[in-house]
Design a protein around this ligand. Structure first.
Ligand code: GSH
Length: 234
């Protein structure tokens, strides 16, 4: 099979059956890319800023969100990054399970995954989304509430992460896939600051992980597009 620059980990030895509709600058796309990179799973990458792939993605589901993973042979179409990760973990496992076998640890991983998505990531999206609104239609109160939510999240995580290398303990899991993009952009829109040293250290540690580094680096060319401007760091 010929290699192409849209096949990030094609080995040339096996048929590639997975397609990911994504954008390199999209935080939830990172969440799905990181476990693919961790496991070195071959996949076809389709950027939704290509109108043809955007239309294909739309045909595959009514909710205009990404990432979306498609298993080409079966036609199985999966939105929702957490579900994509669970599916990859079951059918295309890497050396490091994203969902641990131990039920209690798995519960902690899933709790953190929900926490990062529902409270942290959602608040970042609220703040960024507001910057894209017309000036007369800004939601000042909603943004204030999102910032208060981020402060509450930072405090909760500071205590939770104090003695952990990764989000749920010693191993890199789904919780870290969720944390990586959420915390990366959270710090851009609402800096973590000196009050939360364990959280800041955890964020920095994550950025050294090769799978995360790769997602961050691939997104670099798009930084000028960040609403409100990207800081000159990371
Ligand atoms: N719950 C979804 C959220 C996906 C999401 O919000 N993706 C953003 C990109 S990071 C998106 O599709 N934005 C497009 C839009 O809002 O129109 C998941 O977990 O995958």
């Amino acid at each position: 099979m010929a290699k192409s620059n849209c096949l990030p980990y094609a080995t040339g030895l096996e048929a590639i059956t997975l397609t990911l509709y994504y954008h390199p600058f999209s935080s939830y796309s990172w969440k799905a890319l990181i476990p693919l990179y961790e496991a070195e799973t071959p996949f076809t990458a389709r950027r939704i800023d290509d109108p043809q792939f955007a239309a294909e993605r739309r045909r595959r589901g009514p909710i205009a969100r990404f990432p979306v993973l498609v298993e080409e042979e079966s036609g199985l179409t999966l939105p929702e990054a957490s579900i994509i990760i669970e599916y990859l973990d079951r059918h295309y496992p890497g050396p490091q399970p994203m969902l641990p076998g131990d039920p209690d640890l798995r519960l902690e991983v899933r709790l953190l995954d929900r926490f990062f998505d529902n409270y942290l990531h959602a608040s970042v999206q609220k703040i960024v989304g507001d910057r894209l609104r017309d000036s007369g239609r800004r939601d000042v109160q909603g943004v204030e509430e999102a910032r208060a939510m981020l402060d509450a999240c930072y405090a909760w995580l500071e205590a939770r992460l104090a003695d952990r290398e990764w989000a749920a303990g010693d191993a890199f899991t789904l919780a870290d896939c969720a944390a990586a993009p959420a915390l990366f952009y959270a710090d851009w829109v609402h800096p973590i600051g000196d009050a939360f040293p364990s959280l800041a250290a955890y964020r920095a540690r994550r950025l050294t992980r090769p799978s995360v580094k790769r997602a961050v680096n691939d997104a670099r060319p798009f930084r000028a597009l960040f609403p409100g401007g990207a800081p000159d760091r990371d």
